[in-house]
Ligand binder design. Sequence first.
Ligand code: PGA
Length: 248
Amino acid sequence: MRKTIVAGNWKMNKTPKEALELIETLKPLVAERDDVEVVFCPPFIDLMLAVEATKGTNIKIGAQNMYYEESGAYTGEVAPNMVKEAGCEYVILGHSERRAYFGETDEMINKKVLKAFEHDLKPIICVGETLEQREQGITEDLVRLQIKIALKDVPAEKAVLAVIAYEPVWAIGTGKTATSVQAEEVCAAIRKVLCEIYGEETAEKIRIQYGGSVNAGNAAELFAMPNIDGGLVGGASLKADFAKIVNY
Ligand code: PGA
């Protein structure tokens, strides 16, 4: 049985003070479900405060990114051991905004995934197609490629700890959710490629999230699909509504 995982990707929102306010609002509202893993992913500057503020709760903290080098002359970057020592359990890698605005390639994402595992961080690996790619009919081919490169050289015993987030780029922040059937179709294809790489036993253990305009109204239907094990939530994670998604 895969445990549902609902993660809030706060993106570039919430100052430290605002982050604490949001955590205090959400804390009592998401405490109930012990069958759902809850993860908040605030900006780097809020991470240590968030870890402190969620101590003793069921809420886990994740970073939104990290670099793949250990340390050194990489101005503006954050190293894996910094993310780990801050108290994070998860790290989002390869988000489509990182790919589109900051030039992240599949190869870079693979390096980050390997580094995350080296530092005992669980990666939430984002994949997904643009509208143009969907219209060209290459969604599954593209997502297969993204997964295969991201997981290159990752052994099965590590892969089971990873979370894959299927996020169609056209559904992110647009209010246009993929239908549960569309989302399930791609998530099933992801499970299939995981099965090709690792075999069925391992593939059945890896959680696959859907992301892209998930809200309190559509979460239940999406999460009920056989290959969707929760969601990566952007906009709706910044409001009390996030609790409704967790308690779907
Ligand atoms: P959204 O973002 O829920 O605002 O569409 C999802 C994401 O980018 O992870």
